[in-house]
Design a binder for this molecule. Structure first.
Ligand code: G6P
Length: 614
């Protein structure tokens, strides 16, 4: 996720800004840039690390000497590849306004077209650049405005999320900032102010901060700051005293990245859907595949290839696409697909799913599918990754960088993308427009429901306390929840080193039931759906063999509470939406069991975040 730093004061801005960017490196990024006001605007941007940018400044950065105000950014690509030109800041053509942006401008395409029609020339492929030209246009059309007013007017045209910092050589003694959906904090120093997307770059300078709320702007000068709403109403803001360490801030106040990433999911889910789920129109808009949608709908068969957690998302994708689009789907481990001379032709569509976009087996499967003439679509989290580049078209998950080795938020983001894809493929085929509308509404309700589940974190930790010394665990689910059972088992084994297996619940009697005794925890995903009575019988079977049952059940399900030793209740949803909810308590359960056992959950032994070897 992108990072923002701003400084205005009496000290050299450039070294402070670079240092601030380094504090934000933990968020993950692919390029960095800086702009300072030094009589005129000076700007440098570089693909790669902050170190790269620093080297560039050592060579040519003396122009920044003496500048005491500026802004800097680390970019995690969403629109446009990681590159020098797509890095922030973005400048207007006359080079007197510079802007950095976190978030996504949803309506950037229409705004960009409008600006191009008016003669604006774009220097990048980003959505963010429209903002600087928009401000420029408004300011030029009414020179009586100041920067603040021009920004305010520009924001009226913008749909989406933003955390913004803007400077202008026409008003060199201020930084204008604005927030909607993307955090910003102002650090209050002595005759100097810091602005950042979180407190990490600020904490070493001051512990006094003001958090901007959504819909607020601030005008920050060397001696003062004023917070107003975007509608220009001045706001009284409380100054908060920071009392935590840098390390804690990097993890967003959480003990581990994994826990932070689990808790980020409601926000991430909203980001994944942003601009794509069009509730009013009852449809999804998937820009990355729009030109290929008709061809995709003609596919005789879809083959999904992936590894690890992404493979589990692929299994859920199979259920979703078959349910909604009635196109036959096969899901293959990328490693199996590539080594078994698969039957694939130009009538097939191959979907490769990869958080990192670099997994060696998935990449090889992609290349093989292409060789065999299939159309290959990618679902990746890392923009500009090899898989994203080599696929014909695709969709990014926009989950932000995932640091914890065990995938959590990237998984649920993949499932949402697959859900939207299944909806796009189903349009006009098998389910009615009304049904699509209802499912999409349900999908948009998922983030709030996930937040409710996260509220049960402490209760889940207490259950984990009882099971932390288990040596084995069995995860059972049916239908849409079967792949979640596999994912739950994988989460537990990879971070706690407890042997765990996932099974379709009905398969229990074909083998795993032999393992059940009083030491065997069995985690049932037993939400209400058309197999509910069957799963109740499976629970009875486990209980009668003294197995210890933890059940994930729909709110108010008395039958399950009567049978299970522990129940984690989750809000009700229809089957296709359910995996997005049932996955959450299993992530938390695995996390707590592992931490209670003293395991390093962010870096489990022998595992790598991205497996680029075969
Ligand atoms: C590794 C990671 C897993 C991940 C898998 C596939 O094994 O530890 O968390 O699911 O690779 O990675 P990808 O980046 O292709 O999704």
């Amino acid at each position: 996720m992108c990072g923002i730093v701003g400084y205005i004061g009496r000290r050299e801005a450039a070294p402070l800004l670079l240092n601030g960017l380094k504090r934000l490196e933990y968020r993950g990024y692919d390029s960095a840039g800086i702009a300072v006001l030094n009589g005129q605007m000076e700007m440098f941007k570089k693909k790669g690390s902050v170190g790269n940018l620093e080297e560039e400044l050592n060579v040519s950065g003396s122009v920044m000497l003496g500048a005491t105000a500026g802004i800097a950014h680390t970019r995690w690509a969403t629109h446009g590849d990681p590159s020098d030109r797509n890095a922030h800041p973005h400048m207007n053509v006359s080079g007197d306004i510079a802007l950095i942006h976190n978030g996504i401008v949803e309506n950037y395409m229409s705004l960009k077209q409008e600006l191009i029609d008016q003669g604006y020339i774009f220097a990048s492929d980003t959505d963010s650049e429209v903002l600087v030209h928009l401000i420029d246009r408004i300011w030029k059309s009414d020179p009586s405005l100041d920067l603040e007013a021009a920004v305010r007017q520009a924001l009226r045209h913008v749909e989406g999320a933003y955390g913004l910092c803007i400077i202008s050589s026409r008003e060199p003694d201020k930084i204008v900032v604005a927030r909607k959906g993307s955090p910003l904090v102002i650090g209050i120093g002595d005759g100097e102010y810091f602005i950042a997307s979180d407190a990490a770059p600020i904490v070493e300078h001051t512990n006094k901060v003001v958090y901007l709320s959504d819909g607020e702007m601030a005008i920050v000068t060397r001696d003062n700051y004023t917070v107003k709403t975007i509608e220009n109403v001045e706001q009284e803001k409380r100054i908060t005293e920071l009392d935590f360490s840098l390390e804690k801030i990097e993890k967003g106040g959480y003990e581990h990245f994994m826990l932070k990433e689990i808790f980020e999911q409601p926000e991430v889910m909203r980001d994944v859907m942003r601009g794509r789920v069009r509730l009013e129109e009852g449809r999804v808009q998937l820009g990355g595949i729009a030109d290929y949608l008709d061809r995709l709908k003609q596919a005789k068969r879809i083959v999904i290839c992936a590894c690890g957690t992404s493979w589990h998302a692929g299994l859920i994708g199979e259920y979703l696409i078959e349910e909604f689009a009635r196109i036959p789907v096969e899901v293959d481990y990328a490693s199996e697909f590539r080594y078994r001379n698969p039957i694939v032709s130009s009538e097939d569509v191959v979907i490769v799913i990869s958080q990192s976009g670099e997994t060696a087996d998935t990449l090889a499967a992609l290349r093989l599918a292409k060789e065999k003439g299939a159309m290959v679509l990618g679902i990746c989290n890392v923009v500009g990754s090899t898989i994203a580049r080599e696929t014909l078209c695709g969709m990014y998950t926009h989950a932000g960088p995932e640091v914890g080795v065990a995938s959590t938020k990237a998984f649920t983001a993949q499932v949402i993308v697959l859900f939207m894809l299944a909806m796009a493929l189903s349009k006009g085929r098998t389910i009615s427009q009304d049904e699509i509308g209802l499912y999409l509404r349900e999908l948009t309700e998922v983030p709030d429901k996930v937040a409710q589940i996260l509220d049960q974190n402490e209760a889940i930790r207490k259950i984990a306390l009882e099971f932390k010394d288990a040596r084995n665990a069995l995860y059972l689910g049916r239908g849409f929840n079967f792949p979640v059972a596999l994912e739950g088992a994988l989460k537990l084994k990879e971070i706690s080193y407890i042997h765990a297996e996932g099974y379709p619940a009905a398969e229990m009697k074909h083998g795993p039931i032999a393992l059940i005794d009083e030491d065997m925890p069995v985690i049932f995903i037993a939400t209400r759906d058309n197999t509910h009575t069957k799963i109740l019988s499976n629970i009875e079977e486990v209980r009668s063999r003294k197995g210890r049952v933890i059940a994930i059940a729909s709110e108010g399900d008395r039958e399950v509470s009567r049978l299970a030793e522990h129940v984690i209740f989750i809000p009700q949803a229809s089957g296709p939406v359910m995996p997005l909810l049932t996955a959450i308590p299993l992530q938390l359960l695995a996390y707590h069991i592992a931490t209670l056992r003293g395991c390093n959950v962010d870096r489990p032994r022998n595992l790598a975040k991205s497996v680029t070897v075969e």
